[in-house]
Design a protein around this ligand. Sequence first.
Ligand SMILES: [Zn+2]
Length: 328
Amino acid sequence: MRVLERLDQLYAIGDGTRLAYSPEEDAAHELAAEWMLEAGLEVGSDEAGNLFGRRGEARVWSGSHLDTVPNGGKFDGALGVAAAIEAAERLRAVPLAVVAFRAEESGPMGSRRLTELPDAFLEVHIEQGPTLGRLGRPLGIVTAIAGQARGRVTFEGRAGHAGTTPMDERADALVEAAEFVLRVRDSARDGAVATVGALEVEPGATNVVPARATASVDVRAPTAEQLEGLIEAIGFEPVWRQDPIEMTGPPLDALRAVLPDAPELVSGAGHDAMMLAAAGVPTAMLFVRSLNGGISHSPDELSADEDIELAVDALTAALERLASAVDE
Ligand SMILES: [Zn+2]
């Protein structure tokens, strides 16, 4: 299948590393532009460098991003663009646009700076998690993108000599931080997740009792209430927060009509679709099963050829419905 070949071609650029606005991302955009032309689309780009392949009065968009994290996988982002081009090729009479957003992994920088918006947006993306694999299902419909909050918590102690300060006279900031890490883990329930991914210890010497420890906090939850509850339970002041965003309207209806039995799930990761939905565009996402236990942002990221074929079929059928739905 052509989509699979194209994923290989994209991966070959930079060997899985196509960073934001790098020559490798540019090359991926040039390649996608050629494919868009072959599919009979009119190619253009906007100020942010987002690439568009349009047919007619394109009020329905589909696509994703072509940048990667360093040493990323073959499917994250690229699949959504390649699948949308393939769908456009099959729907030669349908007005629509395929979009390749810039720099999703470091922002998103492209979908954040759109100067025009469609009436509907559909994004195909690899799940990047184990849910569909566990269910034994190739495709899933995303009903919401989890809310996120991030912050930092600092614990103050007292520096002391590691050899001469008695255990009962210590104020060890790192021990306090360690208890906090466990509390963060235990606070996340019912589909919510919470992570301490970075820890700074001062003075950070082998023979000194830590005087200060700063822990990062990243929490994500499917509903705004859960997000709020998690922030309170952990006890931190978010420096950044994004409430959960629902997938809605004709794009969600179209996916449900095309895949009536597909499982529905919440995306724990952020996506370009989140930016469109946040801007008020009715948006939905189709997830393709991740193999290898759901590993992503890694060369081991994998989806099966058959699953990708099913995704392209479903996307094509959904876009066809959607184009006529927004026309009414
Ligand atoms: Zn992605």
